[in-house]
Design a protein around this ligand. Sequence first.
Ligand code: DXP
Length: 257
Amino acid sequence: MLSLYGTQLPSRLLLGTAQYPSLAILADAVKASAASVATVSLRREAAGGRAGGQFWSLIRSLGIMVLPNTAGCHSVKEAVTTARMAREVFGTNWIKLEIIGNHDTLQPDVFGLVDAARILCEEGFAVFPYTTEDLIVAQRLIEAGCQVLMPWCAPIGSAKGPRNLDALRSLRGHFPEIPLIVDAGLGRPSHAAAVMELGFDAVLLNTAVAKAADPTTMAVAFAKAVEAGREAFLAGLLEPRDMAVPSTPVIGKGVFA
Ligand SMILES: CC(=O)[C@@H](O)[C@H](O)COP(=O)(O)O
């Protein structure tokens, strides 16, 4: 079971809820994949009118954990304000903290991220920080009170997959007790399996499912890949070796003469 801030979750797949062709397809994808958590944007809900209300009613009907996010925020003040509003609107102290530092790469502003995390943790929020693979930033986020880290593996929506597996492996090695969730940049189920094989605890993705030709089937494929990667990690992967090693015994060479 995945444990996040004391909540036990059966699935290690977390899904974003943006960009789907329709609310019905979003619902199908979440149900079929049995994802444990769905991230939601306050801006979407606060869009007001029927659309916002329909979206929120649908999410509630799915009966999964809701993780509001501060998507689109570019400053500490904006993110903290959004988080406080999200707690009121969605009735949860969980918050996915995103502070975008660069328009082109959508890279997190890790300096503002640490400051905002400290403020929100002090206010009792369970903070899920969208960060990079930087070790020092990870340490500062933990010192600020974060009990989960969510490093990107590539830019949001790029579908490039893990660009720096060594850095992710290093995060895993330095913080063995902290739940690590890869968030952003996953493009295919094999990417999810690869990071789960490193020992990551879960993945969060949106674009690769929402923009697939068949989002529901893609969501199921990701769920299977996440499970396969986790099982492989637990089974103890054979590490690559430089030299050939015979897979069948060669003792007592066959006599063919
Ligand atoms: C940080 C952020 O917003 C991500 O959670 C994003 O929603 C998912 O990234 P992908 O769309 O690349 O999966």
